[in-house]
Write a protein that binds this ligand. Structure first.
Ligand code: ATP
Ligand code: CA
Ligand code: CA
Length: 435
């Protein structure tokens, strides 16, 4: 992954924050987990539970190293999401996050001031978010739940939990736990954060020398002549899922999200090695040559397959998608369409054959790791103002802050354009950028 981060030790400024977040998760999640599973009610979406931790402890909460308060939002909804929708083993989740208090911090890669932390096995990311983002997620939680439930293969960020810690001086920090799109066991050679906007969407390539892991943007993608190398089957599936996802994002009135694309170059292979001692169980070998998935030919069958609520059952029956047998050892990714090849999506040629394994078209195999991230920014007052000011200087339709419906459609058209066979991303650039 391009993101590795610094381990947080006892002398780190955010050690206490990390300790409190993990303790809160451990106690909050196991509290909910200990109860017998029941169907969700409407109240579950608005629910919140408060915990007070202190160094003494009481009959409800164990003693902790620091005094702090913890809030668990919609615990039953997130439990149901984790177990029923994202097929995550509950013990596995808690173990990854809290069996040892180790996180690494990525600092703040965005302008937003959010902090990112990885679980010690790199499978989960904790992102601190602004209060408005947390409120927003709670407001659309029902719609989010419905969307991921009816779209088991969605590319939209998977949220596993939403919490808040309050430190003794009163500072409140909201955070979400989500899936790391990038696999712990593969080097990512190039990363792109794509929005379908081109204004200000360029990472100066001369800076790559000092910062080879930098996240590149739309204009870098276009200038480098990149394409998503996918044969007709994978292309159709990806396009259909992106179409559904952008409709959902439009409905909840968000913008500013991106398609994060990590590219593993099979020929370059792994030079950075496995990133954590616990990850050696995840097959460290190069992907084996094999045929791509077989997608159904007609639209109706495709829709059926993509709606299958149990991805493990995709492999049965005629006209459904056959996924390869599990091979990542990572239950978080098993059985999901776009995570099927070593946790990602292997490039294919026009005959749907895997590229880079004796294929005719291209000697270079690639695995793409894809997902839609940063989906908690509604098109509100702040963004309307930004739209106004940026629109004075540049094309009002090409700047990144535009209303949600316009954003969604542009995002989707851009992603279609950059798949092999598409019109290419250059059409999205302004005159100024083209010279
Ligand atoms: P801004 O609002 O300025 O864009 P942000 O703080 O909201 O920034 P994000 O856009 O969510 O941050 O993420 C910043 C970067 O962190 C991404 O470009 C990506 O490199 C990495 N990142 C975020 N989410 C994930 C994820 N789920 N998996 C892997 N990497 C991620
Ligand atoms: Ca972003
Ligand atoms: Ca953001």
């Amino acid at each position: 992954a391009p993101l590795v981060g610094n381990l947080i030790g006892k002398d780190h400024v955010n050690y206490v924050l990390m300790y409190n977040m993990l303790t809160g998760i451990r106690i909050g999640v196991s509290r909910c987990q200990a109860k017998i599973k029941r169907p969700l009610t409407d109240d579950d979406f608005a629910a919140r539970h408060k915990f007070s931790f202190d160094i003494v402890g009481n009959e409800l909460t164990p003693s902790t190293t620091y005094d702090f308060k913890f809030k668990d939002y919609a615990p039953w909804v997130f439990r149901t999401l984790r177990e029923d929708i994202f097929h995550m083993d509950p013990a596995d989740y808690l173990l990854s996050l809290t069996s040892k208090y180790i996180l690494s911090e990525l600092g703040s890669p965005g302008k937003s001031g959010s902090f990112f932390y990885f679980s010690r096995d790199y499978r989960f990311i904790i992102k601190t978010i602004r209060k408005e983002e947390a409120t927003f997620l709670r407001n659309v939680l029902k719609q989010y739940y419905d969307h991921v439930k009816t779209n088991p293969h969605t590319l939209v960020s998977r949220f596993y939990g939403l919490h808040r810690v309050k430190l003794p001086r009163g500072k409140k920090i909201h955070f979400v736990i989500m899936n790391n799109l990038f696999p712990p066991h593969r080097d990512i050679h190039e990363t792109y954060d794509l929005k379908g906007s081109t204004v200000g969407r360029y990472y100066p390539e001369e800076k790559l020398q000092q910062n080879p892991r930098a996240v590149l943007k739309d204009v870098n993608w276009i200038k480098r002549g990149r394409q998503l190398e996918l044969g007709p089957e994978k292309r159709a599936l990806l396009e259909e899922q992106l179409r559904r996802d952008k409709e959902f994002l439009k409905e909840v009135n968000v913008m500013d999200y991106s398609l994060l694309v990590g590219i593993h170059d099979v020929k370059r292979g792994n030079t950075e090695g496995v990133r954590s001692e616990t990850l050696k169980v995840f097959s460290p070998d190069l992907p084996k040559p094999r045929r791509s998935m077989h997608a159904p030919k007609d639209a109706e069958a495709m829709r059926r397959a993509m709606n299958a609520s149990d991805p493990k059952r995709l492999g049965k029956g005629k006209g459904t998608i056959r996924l390869p047998e599990k091979d990542t050892g990572d239950t978080q990714r098993e059985g999901f369409l776009f995570y099927q090849d070593e946790g990602g999506l292997r490039a294919t040629d026009d005959n749907n054959e895997v590229l880079g394994e004796g294929s005719r078209d291209d000697p270079d195999g690639k695995i793409y790791y894809l997902g839609i991230i940063d989906i908690l920014t509604p098109y509100g007052v702040r963004k309307k103002l930004e739209h106004f000011w940026k629109g004075l200087k540049d094309d009002r339709h090409k700047i990144s802050p535009v209303p949600a419906a316009e954003y969604a459609d542009r995002f989707f058209s851009f992603m279609k354009a950059i798949m092999r066979g598409g019109v290419g991303g250059a059409a999205f650039m302004t005159e100024k950028e083209r010279d």
